[in-house]
Design a protein around this ligand. Structure first.
Ligand code: SF4
Ligand code: SF4
Length: 133
């Protein structure tokens, strides 16, 4: 996920209002290298999982409208503010750094998975309502 800004492309959302590239159903989605692990510092232990000798960002699953929506565990979904913020933005893995906002990869993410952040936000809202009953 890249930082905002590309005023010439008005259809492009701000990353904070998008978060789409942080969503996946795959348990092995964001690879974490040794350098990435070191950069994550104290967050690494809770956010990184090992599959064999390979490390990945831990994934979180939410149930929404009968479907499961997965996203990186470092993503904070705030339905009220309609934001999708990376909680380790400054220390995020290289894979995330390489995905530039407004790039063809970013376009592809939004074209294929654009509804998932909205589903996750809806699931969180429903969960919060359920708990307050
Ligand atoms: S898909 Fe593109 S606009 Fe959306 S969060 Fe990722 S880099 Fe930002
Ligand atoms: S580390 Fe941050 S930018 Fe990378 S997938 Fe997770 S939430 Fe998204």
């Amino acid at each position: 996920m890249a930082q905002p800004s590309s005023p010439e492309n008005h259809s492009l959302p701000e990353c904070l209002a998008c978060g789409t590239c942080c969503f996946s159903q795959l348990p092995e989605y964001v690879r974490v290298s040794g350098d990435d692990y070191a950069r994550l510092g104290e967050s690494a232990e809770s956010l990184v999982v090992f599959h064999g000798n390979r490390a990945f960002m831990r994934m979180h699953e939410a149930r929404a409208s009968g479907a499961t929506v997965g996203h990186c565990a470092a993503l904070r979904v705030d339905p009220q503010a309609a934001t999708f913020a990376c909680t380790v933005y400054g220390e995020r893995p290289q894979t995330c750094r390489d995905l530039e906002r407004g790039s063809s990869a970013c376009d592809g993410e939004r074209a294929t998975k654009g509804e998932r952040p909205l589903l996750a936000a809806a699931a969180l809202t429903a969960h919060t309502r359920e708990r307050s009953r």
